[in-house]
Structures are given as C-alpha cells and as structure tokens.
Write a protein that binds this ligand. Sequence first.
Ligand SMILES: *Cc1c(COP(=O)(O)O)cnc(C)c1O
Length: 216
Amino acid sequence: MSLTDITARVHKAEAAAGRTVGETKLIAVSKRQPDERVEAMLAEGHRLFGENQVQEAAGKWPDFRARFDGVEVHLLGPLQTNKARQAMGLFDAIHSLDRPKLAKTLARLAQEIGQCPELFIQVNTGEEPQKAGVMPLEADAFVAECRALDLPVVGLMCIPPVEEEPSLHFALLAKIAERNGLTGLSMGMSGDFERAVALGATHVRVGSAIFGDRAY
Ligand SMILES: *Cc1c(COP(=O)(O)O)cnc(C)c1O
C-alpha cells in the first residue's frame, strides 16, 4: 500500500475514535528494505523512520540524513549495552528500553554526552519468556527507576503476542502509561495499527504494509 493509503487509514481510525486527525505519528519501518524503497519514501516527503538494528541503521542513515533535511530515525529493536553509545548518536528515539542495566548505561552516557534520545520503555504485555520488555507488574517500578536516573522517558512500547487479540495488550499498555503519567504510546504494526490508534497510540510502527515484504 502507498504511504498515502496508510496515512488515510490512520486518519480514519483517529476520526472514528474521536481523536484529532493527524496527531498519530506514522513510523515507516525501513528495516531490511532496499535503499531505493526508502529513498522513494524520502523523496515523497516522509521523514520518520524506524529501524531494528544499530548496525543496519549505521549503514544507511548517516548518508540519507546528509541528503535529506529533517529526518528522524527511531530504534525499535533490542539494544545491547555495548552498542548504546553508537545508538545514541544514530537515533532520535529508542523504543526498547527494557532493563536496569541498559537504563544505567544510557544515563551514564547521557551525562557524558550532554544529550539523550527520547525513550520508550518496552513492556512485555503478554509476559512471553522469549520476548524483551519489563513485565507489566514491574513496569511502575522501572519507570520510577528511569526517572530517578533523569532519563527522558516519554512513553511505553509493546509488541503483542501473535496469537492474541492485540487490543487487550494496547489497552493494558495505555493503562500502565496513564497511571505513570506517560503520554507516549508506541503500539500498532501493519496488521493492527488501526486498533492501536483506537486505543490511543501516539506512534504506530508500520513496515511491510508500506514497503512490501522484507528481504531476509
Ligand atoms: C519490524 C517491526 C515493526 C514493523 O512490522 P510490520 O509488521 O512490518 O509492520 C514494528 N515494530 C517492531 C518493533 C518491529 O521490529
């Protein structure tokens, strides 16, 4: 689908939910997509992108940023502490803050560098053992811990279990965010972004629906 089609669907979902049309940020997830497709989207005027890996982002975004103004790139995938410094130089936001060790590393680097990308705490709403994210019951304490470290936490992120109704997970994430005074909600992907918008997503992360299938 074209970017215009996806944007229209986001707007329709916002209107249906009684939200302000155009307020949801559409992150075009460009991981493992050919550079030509990403470049076409930049040429169309889109400026907000998501990547899954530090290494892959390092290979393409410095060049695109040099050629296009106003580009914003968010890290959506897991971050190892030994890549944290590099990630802080590459990304405008990190959606995968998921453990105390990473929080401490980011806080130390932020002190040293004097700036920090906006952060979303990833919550493992489905409590899946193989998935990253803090458990829902640990989320409040982790938000407090990150705030005590002076980290710029702006919201929460989740990736619902594939087999379950995502709306339940989006609602849970929204509830945890609200009771912690967090306004950012990074939720919704190609298959479920309209349901995420209905439940208050501020950032939807859409890859294959915009770009087509990824190369593996
Ligand atoms: C790949 C990815 C997406 C986009 O997935 P699609 O199903 O292609 O829209 C969104 N969020 C995260 C964290 C991802 O890794």
